[in-house]
Design a protein around this ligand. Structure first.
Ligand code: SAM
Length: 331
């Protein structure tokens, strides 16, 4: 009997299932630690960025993503830092777009501050990106500058225009901060919904150099809902994006508001994602320190291969001993 691929199909790769039987089919990949904003709750102004050699190259990022896709990952979100400030990042989007084309990936998307969207929106759409998350905490230009330190609101608004013109769906993500941007959440909702965009509020997490500041400004989203309800009618929605957000429909706008509450209401039981840093470390949880280095195996142990062994024939004819027996390594 002749052999062909049908006789011996390639083994189907096993899906990624964690120790709590949660299926992992979503990866968030940071492509750079750099950003053109310095959001107060995220980065210090004097942040030191990693040396370039520590970052995965775009080719390595693509290979890593491909390996995860092979293990059943269906959704990839590129993030950062600001993903669109990484030079050549569109090559990565183009590379990954073939997995969208052949159906292996259900979704290729990104989270961005929007500053570079005007430049890249059309090309992103051409790479099979259907929607983008844009982080925008306020529509007040002065406040925007103060929160982001370096950001300019008009550039972000132009980026959003460009994204919508390119046919991308836009979701606005707003970190709720007590005493900072808590004066006009309903205005943000009306603006977003008026433009056909979803809006999601996120609780500030105690991460980064100014974790203390985030704790000081922490605003539980229950309070945000109460404030929104003073002007808008919110009804719990059965909508689910497969992620951690809980949704409410807004009667006045016909739009939807999501709430992501990592602190006040943890949603870990339905977690389906892991994160990969721009240096190739796999974090299985945003809030835990356990991580696995994927860069070394990706770069290949072969680069460590020595020119030769260092068995040393000693003067009396014996060899300096190695503890590892041949039976362990293989003869
Ligand atoms: N530069 C991109 C952007 O601005 O969306 C992607 C990276 S940024 C780290 C991703 C998201 O994390 C943004 O929506 C940002 O507001 C949010 N973020 C950053 N630090 C946070 C924190 N300590 N708590 C909650 N959200 C945070």
């Amino acid at each position: 009997m002749g052999l062909n691929n049908n006789t011996f199909p390639l083994a189907t790769p096993t899906p990624l299932i964690d120790g709590f039987a949660r299926r992992i089919d979503y990866i968030r990949v940071s492509v750079t630690d750099r950003c053109d904003f310095r959001c107060q709750y995220c980065m210090s102004e004097q942040v030191h960025f990693l040396p370039k050699a520590d970052l995965l190259t775009l080719e390595e990022l693509e290979r890593l993503c491909a390996a995860f896709i092979l293990r059943g990952v269906k959704k990839i979100r590129l993030t950062g830092g600001e993903p669109l400030v990484r030079r050549g990042v569109m090559n990565l989007f183009h590379g990954l777009s073939r997995f969208v084309d052949d159906g292996a990936l259900r979704e290729l998307t990104l989270t961005t501050n929007g500053s570079q969207l005007k430049r890249f929106a059309a090309e992103l759409a051409g790479c099979g990106v259907k929607r983008v998350n844009v982080s925008l905490d306020t529509l007040d230009a002065d406040k925007f500058r103060s929160i982001t330190r370096w950001g300019a609101l008009p550039a972000v608004l132009q980026g959003i225009d460009a994204a919508q013109a390119a046919g991308l769906r836009v979701k606005i993500n707003c970190v709720a901060l007590r005493g900072v941007n808590d004066d006009d959440f309903s205005g943000l909702a009306q603006w977003a919904h008026g433009r056909g965009m979803e809006l999601t509020f996120i609780e500030a997490m105690p991460l980064g150099e100014d974790a203390a500041g985030n704790i000081e400004h922490f605003l539980p989203l229950g309070e945000v809902a109460v404030r929104l309800s003073e002007k808008l009618t919110l009804t719990p929605s059965s909508h689910s994006s497969g992620g951690p957000a809980r949704y409410f429909d807004v009667a006045e706008t016909g739009g939807r508001i999501g709430f992501i509450t990592p602190l006040s209401h943890n949603f870990c039981e339905s977690c389906n994602r892991v994160r990969i840093t721009c240096t190739g470390e796999l974090y299985t949880c945003l809030g835990q320190e356990d991580r696995t280095d994927l860069r070394a195996p990706l770069r290949g142990a072969l680069t460590q291969k020595k020119r030769g062994h260092d068995f040393v024939a000693q003067q009396h004819g014996t060899l300096a001993p190695h503890a590892r027996p041949m039976s362990m390594t293989g003869g």
